[in-house]
Design a protein around this ligand. Structure first.
Ligand SMILES: Cc1cc2nc3c(=O)[nH]c(=O)nc-3n(C[C@H](O)[C@H](O)[C@H](O)COP(=O)(O)O)c2cc1C
Length: 164
């Protein structure tokens, strides 16, 4: 190999992505939330998406086969959520506005899209686990997304939501 991890990460950062916070609950009912940008579509029929989580994450166990989770695609003004759920502070939900749905999984309002999912398969590859999730419910709003590129958050120069 002619590159190191830092160079690899830097090159990957040239691929702009959206940003999502994924929420679920532990078996004891405690809320769990993590920031990811590894989200991608997989299949339309059946509706499947994927995202990946580092194998060392203490949150990994909460996304085991059959566990429900909600993927929130963040809007341009939700950088605070992205930063909070990328941290390892003990109570990530403290002071963060959210609602608790019938399934007890925390939800955030005003996201670009939400995907209510169940973990269908898990594939360990290298230092990450790829989660393939079956989408059971979706919600969408005409809002501009938060972006991540070159290791920084960004927003669109021209608002999509104002276009006809
Ligand atoms: C924009 C952004 C995207 C991220 N994407 C991922 C990702 O796709 N997979 C991952 O494992 N960690 C990702 N992280 C790092 C996690 O959010 C961070 O490690 C967090 O602490 C995970 O929660 P945990 O401590 O409960 O594992 C990302 C962080 C940021 C700021």
């Amino acid at each position: 190999m002619t590159f190191d991890t830092r160079q690899f990460r830097s090159a990957l950062g040239g691929f702009p992505t959206g940003v999502a916070v994924i929420t679920t609950i532990t078996t004891e009912g405690e809320p769990v939330g993590i920031t990811i940008n590894s989200f991608s579509s997989v299949s339309l029929e059946p509706p499947l998406v994927l995202w990946s989580l580092v194998t060392t994450s203490p949150s990994l166990v909460h996304f085991a086969l059959g566990r429900r989770h909600v993927i929130h695609v963040l809007a341009h003004d939700q950088e605070e959520l992205a930063t909070r759920f990328a941290s390892r502070i003990p109570d990530k939900f403290s002071g963060i506005a959210h609602t608790i749905a019938d399934d007890n999984i925390p939800r955030f309002d005003e996201c670009v899209a939400t995907f209510e999912c169940t973990t269908r398969t898990l594939h360990e590859e290298g230092d990450h686990v790829i989660v393939i999730a079956h989408v059971e419910q979706i919600d969408q709003r005409a809002r501009d997304p938060l972006l991540f590129c070159g290791g920084k958050f960004a927003v669109l120069d021209t608002a999509l939501s104002n276009r006809g």
